[in-house]
Ligand binder design. Structure first.
Ligand code: ABU
Length: 393
């Protein structure tokens, strides 16, 4: 019988120095990248219409979800997006980073499935590892997710996660949600007042991309996929070594913090001007579309530089099945301190990053963006050189 050896975790957690020798080691969004997962678009399937999607999906695509569930997204777009992902992988490898890709049967997503609590006409994709996986230190956490179509999204990543576990990483799957009707506000409507989430507090739920890591401080928001129960699960799971902060961006369509609030390095933050943070004291005012906005942040950010992302140059007709255009300029990937991957067609963003003192690696990604994100979403960093620190004490 084949016997596998599983290194004892204590070998990797006994001290900070040995912690960083673990195959999985990432504490923030900017330390030098050593290993990363890049998603794959193959097999991506149109999910079925559901109230959870109504809260975030642009209304011009509602008919597509209602009539084409279980079918592939437009082939030409998928082929072009696949090439962009392969090119991103090549660029990252050129930077000396080990790139891993999920392994799955592309037919998987188009199969209907059923649990005791719900039926779904199909799954979705393996394009966005950032949504399903988060690395905190030497631990990989699989997120519960909130959309029924994403219930099995951990599967394409399981062979990688098992391999990382066998090599010494800690592995946790957050409580699997039932996703029964009780999880959703069936009568959910857009309103112009208080934030109104389509997910109830029936059980913990979150997507991994709802948390952004800055060492011992981790920032999140309540959103259309993340409830208070889920945030509390994460808080208790990570324990006293970490502080979870909940910020408010007054974003009624909130879903994933990485198109809104993007740390670029210690003391450097990229802010989405359309979604100003209202938590804390004023730190910056700026003009956006003939209006002046005040950006607030908790006191702990005193002295931080706030860079305001430019309006994306994408045409209003550009297909975006799941998200706003803001991923074009906000959803960047920091490769190492001072070096950032920026969408190649976003000339204003590229120029600004240079003015802000960054080296820019331009990568075309406009065909991938329709699927719901850009470089940060399409990846999940597995190992960055560095150890757990506080950037705020
Ligand atoms: N990770 C997706 C971000 C979506 C958005 O900010 O529009």
């Amino acid at each position: 019988m084949l016997r596998r050896s599983f290194p004892r975790l204590s070998r990797f957690v006994s001290s900070k120095a040995s912690l960083s020798s673990c195959i999985v080691n990432s504490h923030n969004e900017w330390d030098p990248l050593e290993e990363i997962i890049v998603g794959k678009i193959e097999g991506s399937t149109i999910p079925e219409w559901h109230v959870a999607g109504k809260a975030v999906w642009p209304s011009r695509y509602w008919d597509m979800y209602k009539t084409k569930a279980g079918q592939p997204f437009p082939r030409e777009l998928m082929n072009a997006a696949a090439k962009e992902l392969d090119y991103l992988a090549q660029v990252l490898e050129g930077e000396g980073i080990t790139v891993r890709r999920p392994e799955f049967n592309p037919q998987d997503f188009s199969k209907p499935f059923e649990t005791p609590d719900f039926k779904s006409k199909s799954g979705l994709y393996a394009a966005m590892p950032r949504d399903i996986l988060i690395v905190v230190g030497n631990e990989i956490i699989e997120a519960p997710m909130a959309w029924r179509s994403r219930y099995f999204e951990f599967r394409p990543f399981r062979s990688l996660v098992k391999e990382y576990f066998q090599k010494g990483a800690k592995w946790t799957a957050a409580p699997k949600p039932q996703m029964s009707d009780e999880l959703y506000n069936e009568d959910w409507q857009h309103n112009s007042g208080e934030f109104n989430s389509v997910v109830t507090e029936f059980e913990p739920t979150f997507d991994a991309a709802e948390f952004t890591r800055m060492g011992k401080d981790i920032f999140t928001q309540r959103s259309q996929v993340t409830n208070e129960f889920g945030i509390e699960w994460m808080r208790r799971h990570l324990g006293e070594e970490y502080r979870i902060h909940v910020l408010d961006f007054q974003d009624r369509n909130a879903m994933h913090i990485d198109g809104t609030f993007v740390p670029l390095g210690p003391g450097k933050l990229l802010a989405n001007p359309y979604r100003p943070c209202v938590t804390g004291r004023p730190v910056k005012t700026y003009a956006y579309k003939d209006k002046t906005y005040e950006y607030r942040l908790p006191e702990m950010f005193k002295g931080w530089e706030i860079f305001v992302a430019p309006t994306p140059e994408l045409s209003p007709e550009h297909p975006l099945f799941f998200t706003s255009p803001w991923t074009a300029t906000c959803n960047v990937l920091v490769v190492r301190p001072g070096v950032v991957v920026v969408e190649a067609h976003e000339t204003k963003a590229r120029q600004l990053f240079k003015e802000w003192g960054f080296d820019v690696i331009p990568v075309p990604f406009r065909n991938f963006m329709p699927f719901g994100g850009s470089f940060h979403c399409a990846t999940c960093d597995i190992r960055r050189t560095g150890s757990l620190q506080s950037y705020f004490d």
